[in-house]
Design a protein around this ligand. Structure first.
Ligand code: SAH
Ligand code: SF4
Ligand code: F3S
Length: 474
């Protein structure tokens, strides 16, 4: 999955990107909450649902946890390291809680779901534990905790999609936003904890999705990313029109809102992405030419153990099909090094698949066993850590070369870029993305552009993570 906002080659962790909400109207609220999010974009999106629920309860968001009445961590369990980061963060909160015992500390998200009330025993300062499907009960749980009781709700649901809750956009640039279109996952990849922490897959009402996108557009947003663990299995029955809404149809509905509203999506499972989706992408200029298509391993034998349900050849054919239908499509991947039983030959298969796919970027990890998963129950985590690390290093180096080549090929080309803000380095430069999701930085010069504008840029140079360009069109 995908942290679309992150820079290119990313080693081992996408976790730990805490975000801190705005608080410009904080004084109108009686109480303050502070929230930090970790893990995938779904979690960041959930925090915006939580913020909405809390705002209705009279809580305003603060950026400073020391002044908060309620401190929340929205957590991730995907790898061991993600959980370690959370535990470390909790010890940092301990000091504040000692000085201010009335402050409540809550753990939300996947780690809450995985550890349940065990978390209260392990982490004494935690007052509230809430799983991803139980956020509506937060007000009750907070009231319970205010009386000194520890409160927990980790019930998973078959139908909760929070469709009617209008998210409060946190830490937003006012231009790009995420919309959850489904929750949970039915895939059971053997290494993955998500089906256990997020429950069964369910799709959100298509009307509520298009309405949210419309509202965002009316508020000035120019790009929405449709989010799900496996967006291609989106399925919703539009009873009023007696029509089945597949992911392709949903994409089309969102694209039709306005040609200047860009549409992205993540994540696509290679087994499920259809020609319907690819052809819809070609049909609408505002659907971005970018697909995150996690490979995980290039070895058919390992893929089988991972329960990914495709072979190396099948994946290759899918990449060819994408390139045939959308010649300029950006493709990125997730790779796991050192899964159970992985031999050097399997690893070489992964490297060769990366090369033949020509990824523009990848998120790369070494395998981290998660208890309760199929792999933890069935297979031994038998690749020694130094071997995992060596293979991961080779994978990262190869991706570095592929990203370099991909960026080099863009020099001299022109792209339509949506301006997202000042570049990290300088406020005399803008940053924005092209359709293929590459970040491009360019000087503002004397042009009158502003955040949220589209601008045509010619690429003149590049670094590992960023293209550098200049405005060619006013
Ligand atoms: N739904 C998305 C991915 C969700 S998790 C998909 O199917 O692509 C994001 C990524 O974390 C996965 O693609 C995988 O590469 C990695 N990951 C998941 N479980 C892992 C584990 N136990 N160890 C290491 N990496 C893991
Ligand atoms: Fe995990 Fe596989 Fe579902 Fe992705 S598709 S969330 S990797 S089980
Ligand atoms: Fe992590 Fe849960 Fe997302 S485990 S990657 S936050 S679904």
């Amino acid at each position: 999955m995908f942290e679309l906002a992150l820079d290119k080659v990313q080693i081992e962790e996408k976790q730990g990107e805490a975000f801190k909400p705005f608080a410009d109207d904080i004084n109108q609220y009686n109480k303050k909450f502070y929230i930090e999010s970790y893990g995938c974009q779904m979690n960041f999106s959930d925090s915006e649902i939580v913020a909405s629920i809390l705002q209705n309860e009279g809580f305003g968001a603060t950026k400073n946890y020391e002044e908060a009445d309620l401190v929340l961590l929205n957590t991730c369990s995907i790898r061991e390291k993600a959980e370690q980061t959370i535990r470390k963060r909790l010890t940092e909160f301990k000091k504040v809680k000692q000085a201010k015992p009335a402050m409540l500390v809550g753990v939300l998200g996947c780690m809450a779901e995985r550890l349940k009330s065990k978390l209260l025993e392990e982490e004494k300062l935690v007052d509230i534990v809430v799983g991803p499907d139980a956020y509506r009960t937060l007000p009750v749980l907070i009231k319970e905790a205010e009386t000194g009781q520890k409160s927990v709700n980790v019930l998973l649901s078959r139908d909760e999609t929070y469709a009617d809750i209008s998210p409060v956009r946190l830490d937003s640039n006012g231009v790009t936003a995420f919309i959850s279109i489904m929750r949970g996952c039915n895939n059971m990849c053997s290494f993955c904890v998500v089906p256990f922490t997020r429950g069964r897959e369910r799709s959100r009402d298509a009307h509520s999705i298009t309405n949210e996108a419309k509202q965002l557009f009316e508020q000035g947003y120019k790009e929405v990313t449709l989010l799900g663990q496996n967006v291609d299995s989106y399925y919703w029955m539009d009873e009023a029109n007696d029509e089945v809404i597949t992911f392709g149809k949903l994409l089309e509905r969102v694209a039709l809102i306005n040609p200047s509203l860009r549409v992205r999506f993540s994540t696509s499972h290679p087994k499920d992405i259809t020609d319907e989706v690819l052809l819809t992408m070609v049909k609408y200029e505002n659907i971005c030419d970018y697909i995150h298509l996690p490979l995980q391993s290039g070895s058919t034998r390992v893929l089988q153990l991972m329960n990914r349900t495709y072979t190396r050849e099948w994946y290759k054919a899918k990449v060819n099909r994408i390139r045939e239908i959308i010649p300029n499509c950006g493709i990125s991947s997730d790779i796991i090094a050192g899964f159970c039983t992985e031999e050097e030959d399997d690893h070489l298969d992964t490297l060769s698949m990366m090369e033949s796919s020509g990824y523009d970027m990848s998120y790369m990890f070494f395998y981290s066993e998660r208890s309760g998963t199929l792999a933890a129950r069935r297979f031994k985590d038998d690749v020694p850590e130094d071997v995992k690390k060596k293979r991961l290093k080779e994978i990262v180096e190869l991706q570095g070369r592929l990203s370099y080549q991909s960026n080099q090929q863009d020099v001299g080309k022109t792209f339509k870029v949506l301006i997202e803000g000042n570049s990290k380095k300088s406020d005399t430069e803008w940053k924005g993305r092209n359709s293929q999701n590459k970040m491009i930085v360019f000087p503002k010069e004397n042009y009158n552009y502003t955040i949220g504008d589209y601008v045509v840029i010619r690429v003149t140079d590049f670094t590992q993570a960023t293209l550098i360009g200049e405005v060619i069109y006013q």
